[in-house]
Write a protein that binds this ligand. Structure first.
Ligand SMILES: *[C@@H]1O[C@H](CO)[C@@H](O)[C@H](O)[C@H]1NC(C)=O
Ligand SMILES: *[C@@H]1O[C@H](CO)[C@@H](O)[C@H](O)[C@H]1NC(C)=O
Ligand SMILES: *[C@@H]1O[C@H](CO)[C@@H](O)[C@H](O)[C@H]1NC(C)=O
Ligand SMILES: *[C@@H]1O[C@H](CO)[C@@H](O)[C@H](O)[C@H]1NC(C)=O
Ligand SMILES: *[C@@H]1O[C@H](CO)[C@@H](O)[C@H](O)[C@H]1NC(C)=O
Length: 371
């Protein structure tokens, strides 16, 4: 899996997965029933109904089976943060389906047989329930004048209990990093507070997996990683979406979408730890960067609340690979996000020319095992 923004890893790994592109099973609600979601008081309320914590069924919980778009019920300008919440809701459908497919694909014995604690399947169901609660919360944050995005069909590269749990760790820590960026896109302080509360929930999920699954120290140093350009991370999750499967009325995801070339570590990568030298691979043959001959480019690594820029030599690319050393100053903790930029520090999103790649550092053994 490598730097292959473990998100993008997903594009590369064999999709013989148990979870490949099967539609969500069980009951699926009608378009008409889905429109009832426009009323924020319709159905169970997150934080007030145990459905979003302790439901142990296999079928998708509310509102995960109501997969159409919810049309606006009022005319008028969009709410201040509607676009931000639409981006988050579209992303949440991916995450919800990831856990829902796991609940459908596995049972308690699958995890016990693979050597994990006998509570693992329950916890996965509980995380799935939390994610269903996020769907409902985000729907309600979008005002009545804007579309609430529906679900696409998704594919995930897990094929057994261990590969699924590895992906859990990567997705949760990536969610934590991406929310530090998304919160900067929100204008209303109430939106920012809600996003912080969601990031805290993702952190609890991540902490559970570090303690119970990987049996490791859960602490990631004094600060988790801030990555300011949330939509760039979201864009990499398009790899989980079955092309052409999204509801026609869904907004562009993410919006706005830069469509940057995907960035990953080369297949020859031996280590992703600070101090390791890696080669850069732009993994999508149809979307390659174009480097200007007289311009100095940088690999910019984000870790904690800091970033470190390392000049790279692009003159002989693509004939020769670009090599770069992951800054050795960084603690082997949490996650590193890497981009290629034309300005040190990548001070604006426009200065980013490729990436991001998400580099898992904790548990270090897992990051290396995933190579
Ligand atoms: C899990 O599924 C397997 C295979 O279908 C079955 O043998 C096993 O009894 C199931 N375990 C539980 C706890 O349902
Ligand atoms: C689960 O494991 C714990 C300790 O590992 C054990 O005490 C408990 O009996 C097990 N529960 C079941 C249902 O197997
Ligand atoms: C770069 O990524 C592509 C797409 O996954 C892969 O086919 C290719 O082998 C990779 N190249 C290197 C040098 O890692
Ligand atoms: C960059 O690579 C080119 C081609 O390999 C080489 O000629 C040049 O000296 C390198 N530049 C720097 C600053 O290392
Ligand atoms: C990266 O760090 C530099 C120096 O501290 C800072 O000026 C720059 O704004 C940072 N980049 C981002 C995207 O936050």
């Amino acid at each position: 899996m490598a730097v292959r923004s473990l998100f993008q890893a997903c594009l590369l790994a064999p999709l013989i997965s148990v979870a490949a592109a099967n539609p969500i099973k069980g009951k699926i609600g009608s378009f008409a029933e889905t429109q009832k979601l426009a009323d924020p008081s319709y159905g169970p309320v997150p934080g007030q109904d145990p459905l979003f914590s302790t439901y142990y069924g296999k079928d998708a919980p509310f509102p995960g089976y109501l997969r159409d778009v919810v049309l606006p019920t009022k005319k008028g300008p969009p709410g201040t943060d509607d676009v931000v919440w639409q981006n988050l809701l579209s992303a949440e459908w991916i995450i919800f389906d990831f856990y829902q497919k796991a609940v459908e694909s596995f049972n308690a014995s699958s995890f016990v047989a693979a050597g994990y604690p006998n509570t693992t399947y329950q916890r996965i169901q509980e995380i799935r329930n939390n994610e269903a609660g996020h769907l409902r919360l985000f729907q309600n944050m979008i005002s009545a004048t804007s579309v609430k995005p529906g679900a696409c069909e998704h594919q995930f590269p897990f094929y057994d209990a261990t590969s699924f749990l590895a992906l859990v760790t990567v997705l949760e820590v990536s969610s934590m990093a991406f929310l530090t960026g998304l919160v900067q896109d929100a204008k209303m302080s109430s939106s920012q507070a809600a996003m912080l509360a969601i990031a805290e929930t993702e952190t609890r999920h991540e902490t559970w997996s570090l303690l119970e699954i990987w049996k490791t120290n859960p602490f990631a140093g004094p600060s988790d990683t801030v990555f300011p350009y949330a939509n760039q991370i979201l864009d990499t999750t398009n790899g989980f979406i079955v092309p052409g499967s999204c509801p026609k009325l869904n907004p562009v995801y993410p919006s706005p979408r830069q469509g940057l070339p995907a960035l990953s570590a080369g297949k020859d990568t031996k280590s992703l730890l600070p101090g390791a030298t890696i080669s850069l691979n732009f993994t999508d043959p149809t979307n390659q960067p174009s480097f200007m001959p007289d311009c100095q480019y940088y690999a910019v690594f984000f870790h904690g609340i800091a970033n470190i820029s390392v000049p790279i030599n692009t003159t002989a690319w693509p004939e020769h690979e670009i090599h770069v050393t992951i800054p050795k100053q960084f603690e082997t903790k949490g996650v590193i996000a890497a981009v290629v930029a034309d300005t040190p520090g990548a001070p604006t999103k426009e200065t980013v020319v490729a990436g991001p790649g998400i580099i898992l550092e904790q548990p270090a053994a897992l990051a290396v095992a995933l190579l």
